[in-house]
Design a protein around this ligand. Sequence first.
Ligand SMILES: C[S@@+](CC[C@H](N)C(=O)[O-])C[C@H]1O[C@@H](n2cnc3c(N)ncnc32)[C@H](O)[C@@H]1O
Length: 254
Amino acid sequence: MTDTIQAGPRCGLYLVSAGIGDPDSITVKAQKILRGVDIVFGIPRLLEAFAELLSGKESHPAGHGLFSPLARRDTPEEEVEAMERRTRATIRAAAAAGKTVAVLDYGDAMIFGPQAGYLAEFADLNPIVVPGVSCFNAANAALGRDVTGGRRSRSVILAASADTRDDYGGTDTLDKLAATGSTLVFFTMRGDLPSLVERLARHLPGSTPIAIVAHAGADERQTVLRATLDTVLESTQDAKPPFEHLVYVGDFLG
Ligand SMILES: C[S@@+](CC[C@H](N)C(=O)[O-])C[C@H]1O[C@@H](n2cnc3c(N)ncnc32)[C@H](O)[C@@H]1O
C-alpha cells in the first residue's frame, strides 16, 4: 500500500464513486483510495472497467441494493439473504484482520445510489463516502445550461420518474413539483418515457421544453435530444431510450 488513505478515526469501509460514463471521470482521490484498499466490491461492469487499477486485489460482486429493500424488489428473499450473509462474512473477516474494503459505485452514491445500504449495515466500521461525478453533473455539462437559471425560478429538483405515478404515496407529488416552476430532473431507472410525458403533460403546458440526455459522460455515446412536451415522443420516433438517460424539464432549456 503506497497511498495514504485517511487520517482521523480508522475507517474499515469506503463507498467509492467510479464517476460516470467514461472511466476517466473517476477522481484522483477515488483512485488513491482504491489503490490503498485490500478488498473491492463492485458490479461486474465496474470491476471490469477498472481492472488495471484493481489488479491483484481480492474482488467480489457488490449486488444491487444489498442491505436495503431495493435488493428485494426483483430478487427472491432467500437469494438476497444468502448474498448478504456472504458479503457480511467477507467484510467482517476483513475488518477483524485489519484490512480495508471499498464498495465501488458509479455516479454520486448518495443520489439514488443502490449501494447506500452498506453504510448502515457497517456503520461501526466508520464508513467514508468518496464523492464522484454523478450522471446529473455530466448531463448538466452536456446541456451546457445553468439548471438553476430558469426564467422565473432558481432551483432544481431531482426526482425518480417512478415516483410521478398516480399511486405514489409521498408528499412530493408531480402536481406539487410542477407547480414550483423549478427545473425538474428525472432519474428514470427502468421507467417508461411515454407515460412520464403523459403525466407531465397533465400539469405543464405542451410547449414546456424537455431534454433527454443519454449516456452522459461517455464521449463516444452521449446524446442530447431537445424537444417540447408536445413533440418529444415524435422526436424519439418511439425508440426506447437506454437505461442510462435523464429527463430534464423546464424553461432553463428554452
Ligand atoms: C440507480 S440511479 C443511479 C444514479 C447515480 N447514483 C448517479 O449519481 O449518477 C440510475 C439512473 O441514473 C441515470 N443514469 C445513470 N447513468 C447515466 C448516464 N451515464 N447518463 C444519463 N443518465 C444516467 C438513469 O436515469 C438511471 O436509470
